[in-house]
Design a protein around this ligand. Structure first.
Ligand code: NAD
Length: 323
């Protein structure tokens, strides 16, 4: 089976590619080829079998989707995206990457002789506006950002292409994935990773929101697990609605820092300085933070057990010591 991963040089794409190259199979079927695509040249992970093709290019380029899927692609993990603040800053770029390229990729998949799998990385940013205190899959999606709107339309497209039998797809609304390695990115949620990553790596960091700010989070390991689970889940289990919010944990900044102290010490936590940023706080005030995900859990999707394990996962896999 030939699998395409878009956004393969990104945070989650890289980890998903490494996992598939290591496992060599999905749904019990051998993976013969992994095409890793990104605008940044993806690194080839160590492979226990699949041929790895790395491909740098712009997913918005006309005709590229068709070239990427070729005529024997078994399915796509579509992760390439312009993240929240990036799509808000540049409306046209967000629309081109997050919406138009998704549609082009769906059309390329539709043209395949087989019915390919299609796992779309959506987001809880699909929710917004007037929301209940606790959201679930039945909550109306009224996003308040361009990114959330693009992801929400993506959910509907993937659901409709699946209903028509063009693909066997699903859209996964991801919680915020922490702890992201490397540098802060353009996501308005980037502080959630920074307040853990920077202090552990020996650096001071500014937290732009108050300590009672909650966030709905998951770990990269659990997301990779859940993406593979989503691919493998039979169509009959997905039923009429192949789009769900994935399970996560809701924690306040204060609870995150208490967990950080439990896995490190007070001096590490003291590197977090609170400098309120009204713009970021306003964005965060509009986010959905408390979810119930009974359907995802019933379908067998995983949930992180606690925040300490998420931090330890970062320390074991991604941390770099700066000082
Ligand atoms: N990380 C999270 O907290 C989170 C939460 C919700 C949803 N998601 C979604 O999950 C997916 C993966 O997230 P991530 O954290 O790995 O993001 P990321 O930004 O690390 O990766 C996205 C990748 O897309 C690539 N890309 C952007 N424009 C492109 C273009 N024109 N052509 C080709 N590639 C392009 C980027 O270079 C990047 O490597 C995204 O679709 C994101 O919207 C992530």
């Amino acid at each position: 089976m030939h699998i395409l991963i878009t956004g393969a040089a990104g945070f989650i794409g890289k980890k998903l590619a490494a996992r598939l190259a290591r496992d060599c199979k999905i749904e019990g079927k051998p993976i013969s080829k992994l095409t890793l695509f990104d605008i940044v040249e993806p690194e080839a992970p160590l492979s226990n079998g699949p041929e790895i093709l790395t491909n740098a290019g712009d997913i918005t380029e006309t005709g590229i989707a068709t070239r990427l899927v070729g005529d024997e692609c078994g399915g796509v993990f579509h992760l390439a995206a312009i993240v929240s603040a990036g799509a808000e800053e540049d409306f046209d770029l967000g629309m081109a990457v997050n919406l138009d390229a998704n549609r082009a990729l769906l059309e390329a998949c539709r043209a395949l002789p087989n019915v390919p799998k299609y796992v779309f990385a959506s987001s809880v940013a699909s929710f917004g506006g007037y929301m209940p205190d606790v959201l679930d899959d039945a909550t109306e999606r009224t996003p308040q950002t361009s990114y959330g709107t693009q992801k929400s339309i993506g959910d509907l497209l993937v659901t409709d292409y699946t209903r028509k039998g063009f693909i066997q797809g699903c859209a996964l609304r991801l919680p915020t994935v922490v702890v992201r390695p490397g540098k802060p990115n353009k996501a308005a949620s980037t502080w959630a990773s920074s307040i853990i990553r920077e202090p552990l790596q020996g650096d001071e960091v500014i937290c732009p929101v108050h300590d009672q700010q909650p966030m709905f989070v998951t770990s990269p390991a659990t997301i990779v697990e859940n993406m593979i689970k989503a691919w493998e889940l039979p169509a009959e289990d997905w039923g009429m609605v192949p789009a769900i919010t994935l399970p996560g944990l809701t924690l306040t900044v204060k609870e995150m820092l208490a967990a950080l102290e439990r896995v490190s010490n007070k001096d590490v936590v003291a590197k977090v300085k609170f400098v309120p940023d009204a713009h970021i706080q306003k964005i965060c005030d509009g986010w959905p933070t408390h979810f119930e995900t009974p359907r995802a859990e019933r379908l067998g999707f995983s949930k992180d057990s606690d925040y300490e394990s998420i931090i330890r996962g970062f320390m074991g896999n991604d941390m770099v010591q700066n000082n």
